[in-house]
Design a binder for this molecule. Structure first.
Ligand code: HEM
Length: 214
């Protein structure tokens, strides 16, 4: 390896670490800012925010931030393959996924708080389908490292593809349910972003299929 290549490797290692730390810092900042401005978002005085208000608000905030990070991680590769740009996004995909898993774990914490604080019973279907989504998120996070990737071989890709699409599906199902309950246009934007992410992935998959058979 010549000096130039070594320098390039060193720089890319440094810039990846900087990007990773920025993603983690921005994720924490987004959570902190959402917490700080909750009374404004809820449209009530700071002193009037009840525990139930706070839990409901943070459930929505954590779900939206986690979905945003999931969408970014999902489009990283197809965006690079379709446009030839976005190398940095692709390089940082793992950290976007890990940040998503962290925020989703905060959602899990608020789910526990919600169950403790409300009289609403947990439906079996929510427990099974929601529980599986958390489990897959944690499995993906635990295996998001080079050692696991090497050890799992072809299974790494299978587990992560299944996990991503399953978690995406649960998100979309919940957002579609929220849209039909509230008709807030924000949900239309969120659902559209989710559909664009999957469409990009399908477009790249089909392009690779057809270029192989052509
Ligand atoms: C046992 C599992 C879970 C329970 C009991 C649960 C409970 C809740 C509750 C009570 C809300 C707040 C509803 C509101 O006040 O509007 C919520 C919001 C949400 N949750 Fe969960 N959750 C679970 C798992 C999950 C999982 C695994 C995902 C995604 C993969 C998810 C995605 C969402 C979304 C998208 C929202 C709506 C956010 C919004 O309205 O903007 N939840 N959840």
């Amino acid at each position: 390896m010549n000096l130039e290549q070594r320098e390039d490797n060193h720089l890319s290692g440094w810039s990846t670490a900087f990007g990773r730390n920025s993603i983690y810092a921005l994720t924490l900042f987004a959570l902190g800012a959402s917490l700080y401005f909750q009374y404004r978002a809820l449209g009530i005085a700071f002193a009037d925010v009840s525990t139930a208000d706070h839990i409901g608000y943070m459930l929505r905030v954590t779900a939206r931030i986690a979905f945003f990070l999931l969408v970014l991680a999902m489009i990283a590769r197809p965006f690079r393959q379709l446009t030839g740009t976005g190398l940095q996004l692709l390089r940082h995909r793992r950290y976007l996924g890990l940040a998503m898993a962290f925020v989703h774990t905060v959602h899990f914490g608020y789910v526990l708080a919600f169950l403790k604080n409300s009289d609403e019973p947990l439906a079996m279907v929510t427990l099974i389908f929601g529980g599986l989504a958390f489990l897959l998120t944690w499995i993906m996070a635990a295996t998001s490292n080079n050692t696991s990737q090497r050890a799992l071989g072809v299974w790494w890709r299978r587990i992560h593809t299944l996990g991503i699409y399953y978690v995406w599906l649960i998100f979309m199902n919940t957002f579609i349910g929220a849209l039909s309950a509230s008709s807030d246009p924000l949900y239309v934007g969120i659902i559209a972003a989710g559909l664009v992410a999957v469409s990009l992935r399908i477009a790249v998959f089909l392009r690779q299929r057809f270029s192989r058979t052509a």
